[in-house]
Design a protein around this ligand. Structure first.
Ligand SMILES: [Zn+2]
Ligand SMILES: [Zn+2]
Length: 147
């Protein structure tokens, strides 16, 4: 299937599709809508399809979307979709590619960390706990040495 069903609407914004993308589970979303779903979750994890709850590892924009992508806003969305696919999809990516995508992830991570409503991602919490327990231990060690 190359384009979303005629009478269908995006189940996220409930409107007609803008830059329609098909997920690997065969559901259709606006490019921007599905990226927003991902933005609500963790940067390190694929987002789940809001309809069938399966993990999305591929978002395929239609040819028409790619055409539309010539205007700036749409091309931003398409670029993000490509990066999403590279990070979570089965597409092979090399280290250079990953490094090139890094600023994208850092920006995304920064918004995640700065959001006060969101708890810290568990990876960071683990790091912090580790750092704290390490400094406690070295404190004890210093104490033992000094006494
Ligand atoms: Zn939508
Ligand atoms: Zn689905």
């Amino acid at each position: 299937m190359e384009s979303p069903p005629q009478d269908d609407t995006c189940s996220i914004c409930l409107g007609s599709f803008t830059l329609p993308c098909q997920a690997n589970c065969s559901h259709w979303f606006c490019g921007e809508c599905i990226l927003n779903v991902w933005h609500h979750g963790s940067v390190f994890q694929q987002c789940k399809c809001p309809i069938c709850r399966c993990f999305i590892n591929l978002l395929k924009p239609t040819d028409a979307s790619v055409q539309e992508g010539k205007d700036t806003k749409a091309s931003q969305v398409l670029k993000s979709i490509k990066k999403y696919n590279r990070s979570f999809g089965g597409e092979p990516s090399n280290l250079i590619q990953k490094l090139q995508d890094l600023p994208f992830f850092i920006r995304r991570l920064a918004t995640e960390l700065m959001d006060p409503r969101r708890p810290l991602p568990s990876v960071f919490r683990a790091h912090i706990t580790f750092a704290v327990s390490k400094s406690e231990n070295s404190g004890k060690m210093m104490h033992n040495i000094l006494n």
